[in-house]
Each structure stands twice: as structure tokens, then as C-alpha cells.
Design a protein around this ligand. Structure first.
Ligand code: ADP
Ligand code: G6P
Length: 473
């Protein structure tokens, strides 16, 4: 719960994200709770902010409320209000109905609506104004993700003294897809307001550089852009990471070990436990994954008495139509599979709509023999890295989609094409049946990668580069 203490007025390091790390929840009886916000951005940034003294500017997740800046658990939080209509048009509309599907390979069809765009411009300006009021002279400002792509240029206009970084947590799309966007040039210009624009993988940075050359006629040299106003902007990739040590230690702890054993016991001590952990999002490839598992039981490859699949899927963006549809389809699919092939006390799939604390997540990762991460497209996917960080005994197997950014680093995973259901079935079996020796060999390499390239490493790489750019260089 937030301290009532009022926050300091300004900061020399400011992170700007659509969401604050906590959501304000108002109960029907009028009482108020704060809950950890969903998603990988918050997971990754919490530890960064704990190690850098700074302010976090963002929305607190509820409509129509103006809140004063406050300190929460040592973090200096600066709330940006959103009206109910703005949540509809800026957040559910342009951010999650236009940009999210467009940037994820149009898995769903993006909507292009002028009133959504207008709200996006207006809300981005509010974030820029709020940030300009909080940042000290010469401060470092780090703007996050697709919801705020106009903020860098807006902020530079207000505060040319600032050093501005931008990081995109989701994929930056192929140029042909990006160019569908009626407001493509405005977005590119918005991003160019930053001194450093960061992407998850080098392909994203390349797409951006190509677009800047082709559409805005700016000169580029390798990863540098010369803007028409005489600045140099860098575009590079920085694959985001996790606090690997913290999670490793948590997973190794006695209570988590006990809880992991308890989970397996409660599931009827299966020989093999499969696990999926995702936001309930159509990019995550949930349906095909469960279909593949169901078919393996149906066709007799797996024995329903001996295996179990736990799928944790936190409901997300529930007022956006595609998300509602996915939720219904998942209910139907899980119901059908469990109804058709389950036995008393043995539902093949345990499906949970829950948001768990970190120690329960660690216990789930520790309990699982095969972690199944099969997004159709994902900027990075932290769940894959979290699983690896929890496997201290070098056992367990990670089945991972080629289309997750994490696949670039975790080459020793059992890589799959999530559009290929038969291929996925084969890979699940291969991962399950591989020898302990092979599993350990693969896991060791992945664990080293995750331990060495952790979130501190990521933040320093970005901030060091940012420190060398801009007017102060
Ligand atoms: P995304 O950012 O698209 O949601 P990531 O895999 O990158 O996907 O990050 C998801 C983050 O949310 C991870 O840190 C994961 O541990 C956390 N998470 C996902 N589902 C749950 C859940 N049910 N309860 C608690 N944390 C969850
Ligand atoms: C992804 C995005 C984040 C977003 C998170 C949760 O990780 O990259 O920007 O915050 O999903 O989604 P939500 O819409 O609930 O903020």
C-alpha cells in the first residue's frame, strides 16, 4: 500500500510508461487496494527502478481519477489520469486495437479509426507534459513501449535539455505492415525525438532505420540517423531480461521447493507436468498449444493417467473484442478436451484465471517438467527466461516458439513453429522423452545465458549508450 508521504517534486531519472507498477483497485464497498500491474514491462522495470533512484510516470489503471504523486514501497510514482472515454479510445482503441495487432504481424485485424488516433495524440501530450514537469534540468528520461511513441518528440519540444531514451517492448513490424498505418510518419517522427531508440531484436532496429530513410528521407549510417534538425539518433537492439539471481534464489528456497512438491501432489503426482503461463492474449498461441496436447492424449501418444497440463492465463484487456472472443474460445476448448478425454480426478488440463505472487510462480516453474511457450509473435517473452532461471538442477525442458524474441538467445530450447500443430506435437514428445543428459546440457547453456545477461546488464547497456548520445555528448 502506498505511503501517505508525498513524493519529492522532481527527479534526475524518470521512467515513463503507460502503466505504473501498481494498479488502483476500488472495491464495491469503497475500499481501495493496490495490485501489481500485469505484464513483462513491469516485471522487468521494477528491479531497474529499485537500483536507480528516480520517478515513474504512468497511469494507475482506473478511470477518471486525479491522484497526487506518492511514494509506494520506495518508488516515487507520478500518476497520469485517463478519462473513461480516453481508456476506450487511447488504451483499448489505438494502443490495443490498432498498434498491438499491427506490430504483432496482424494476427488480429487492426482497426484504423481517426478518433482513436486523436485520443492517442492527446494522451501522449499529457504524458509529455507531466514528465516535463517532473524531470530536473538535464535529467535522463526513459520512455517505454508502443502506447507512448509520440512522447519523445513532444518532450524534446518542451525540454530540449533532457536526454531522452525510448524502448519498444513489443516487435517493431516489417516495413510493409507498418506502412498500412495512416499515421506512420507521425509515429516515426515521434520516436525520432529520442536520442536512443531501443528494440528487442536487431531486425526491429533495421526495420525502423529503413522506414526512416524511405519515408522521412533522413540520412542513416549503420545504426545512426542524422535528423533534419541536426541531431544524431541511435537505433539499436537490447534484448530485455529478468532479475535472474533473485528468481533463482527464490526458486531454490525451502518454502518454494515444498510448494512445488505440493502442486505436483495435488495434481495426482503425474509422471510429466506440462506448464503454460501467459496473459490471455491472442498473440500467445494458446489454442493451438492446448489442441496439440489434447490430440496427443486422444491419439494415445500420451496417457491421461500419467500426464497433466497446467495453463495459467491471466485475463487481459477484457473490454477489447478479440480478447473477449479468445476467452470464450479457450473456455470452449478446455471444456471440450477435459470433457472428451478426462477421467474422474484426472482432467488433462487445469486451466486457471489467476494472478499469482512471485513465490507461487517460482513454485509452478519448479514443478513443471516441460514449459510450453508458443506465441505466434512476441517481442521477447520473459516467461521463457523465468522458467530457465528456476531450474537450478539443470533439469526440465523448454519448448519455445521461433517467433518469440527469446528464441534468439535461448537457442538450446526445443524450438517450434507455433502454426504447425503436428510439429508442435512432435516437439512436446521430443522434449518430454529426451535423455536427462541432453536436457541438462541444454539447460546449462540457457541458464548461463540468462544469468549473465540479466536485467542490470540490460539497463546498463541501454543507459550507457544513452549517456554517450545527445546534446551533452
Ligand atoms: P507479456 O509482457 O506479453 O505479458 P512476458 O512473458 O514478457 O509477456 O511477461 C509476462 C510477465 O507476467 C512475466 O513476468 C510473468 O511471470 C508474469 N505473469 C504472467 N502470468 C502471470 C500470472 N498468472 N500471475 C503472476 N504473474 C504472471
Ligand atoms: C505487454 C506490453 C506492456 C503492457 C503489458 C500488459 O508486456 O508490452 O506495455 O503493460 O503487456 O498489458 P496491459 O494492457 O494490461 O498494460
Amino acid at each position: 500500500t502506498p505511503d501517505s508521504a508525498k513524493s519529492k517534486a522532481t527527479a534526475s531519472f524518470v521512467v515513463v510508461a503507460n502503466r505504473l507498477p501498481v494498479d488502483r483497485i476500488e472495491h464495491p464497498d469503497g475500499s481501495v487496494d493496490w495490485r501489481t500491474s500485469p505484464g513483462g514491462l513491469v516485471t522487468a522495470f521494477e528491479p531497474v527502478m529499485r537500483r536507480h533512484d528516480g520517478a515513474w510516470v504512468g497511469w494507475h489503471g482506473a478511470p477518471d481519477e486525479e491522484l497526487e504523486p506518492f511514494d509506494n514501497d520506495g518508488l516515487q510514482l507520478v500518476p497520469v489520469p485517463l478519462a473513461a472515454q480516453e481508456i476506450e479510445d487511447y488504451y483499448e482503441g489505438f494502443s490495443n486495437g490498432t498498434l498491438w495487432p499491427l506490430y504483432h504481424d496482424v494476427i488480429a485485424t487492426p482497426g484504423f479509426h481517426r478518433e482513436w488516433w486523436e485520443a492517442y495524440v492527446l494522451v501522449n501530450q499529457r504524458f509529455a507534459d507531466r514528465t516535463a514537469a517532473v524531470a530536473e534540468q538535464g535529467a535522463v528520461v526513459w520512455v517505454q513501449d508502443y502506447q507512448l511513441q509520440l512522447v519523445p518528440a513532444m518532450l524534446r519540444k518542451l525540454r530540449p535539455d533532457l536526454r531522452i531514451g525510448f524502448f519498444l517492448h513489443i516487435p517493431f513490424p516489417p516495413t510493409e505492415l507498418f506502412q498500412q498505418l495512416p499515421w506512420r510518419d507521425q509515429i516515426l517522427e515521434g520516436l525520432l525525438g529520442a536520442d536512443l531508440v531501443g528494440f528487442q531484436v536487431s531486425g526491429g532496429a533495421q526495420n525502423f532505420l529503413r522506414l526512416v530513410r524511405a519515408r522521412l528521407r533522413q540520412e542513416t549510417h549503420r545504426d545512426e540517423i542524422r535528423t533534419s534538425d541536426g541531431r544524431t539518433v541511435l537505433a539499436r537492439s537490447y534484448p530485455i531480461a529478468i532479475d535472474a539471481k533473485e528468481l533463482n534464489d527464490l526458486a531454490a528456497s525451502e518454502p518454494v521447493a515444498t510448494r512445488a512438491a505440493e502442486i505436483r501432489h495435488d495434481l495426482g503426482d503425474p509422471d510429466v507436468l506440462f506448464l503454460g503461463v501467459d496473459r490471455l492474449d491472442y498473440t500467445k498461441g494458446l489454442l493451438a498449444r492446448l489442441e496439440a496436447f489434447g490430440e496427443l492424449i486422444e491419439d494415445g501418444t500420451l496417457d491421461v493417467e500419467k500426464v497433466a497440463f497446467v495453463q495459467v492465463a491471466t485475463p487481459s484487456r477484457e473490454r477489447v473484442e478479440e480478447y473477449r472472443q479468445l476467452r470464450d474460445e479457450m473456455d470452449r476448448l478446455v471444456g471440450r478436451i477435459n470433457g472428451d478425454i478426462g477421467r474422474i480426478g484426472r482432467p488433462p488440463i487445469t486451466y486457471l484465471h489467476a494472478s499469482y505472487p512471485r513465490d507461487e510462480m517460482a513454485a509452478l516453474y519448479r514443478a513443471a517438467d516441460v514449459m510450453v511457450v508458443t506465441p505466434l509473435r512476441d517481442g521477447m517473452n520473459l516467461v521463457a527466461k523465468e522458467y530457465v532461471a528456476c531450474r537450478q538442477a539443470d533439469d526440465g525442458a523448454l519448448v519455445l516458439s521461433e517467433f518469440a524474441g527469446a528464441a534468439r538467445e535461448l537457442r538450446q530450447a526445443y524450438l517450434v513453429n507455433p502454426y504447425d500443430v503436428n510439429g508442435m506435437k512432435d516437439k512436446l514428445i521430443e522434449a518430454m522423452n529426451d535423455s536427462a543428459r541432453n536436457k541438462a546440457r541444454r539447460m546449462k547453456v540457457m541458464r548461463r545465458q540468462v544469468a549473465e545477461h540479466d536485467i542490470d546488464h540490460w539497463a546498463s547497456a541501454f543507459l550507457d549508450d544513452l549517456g554517450r548520445t545527445g546534446p551533452h555528448a
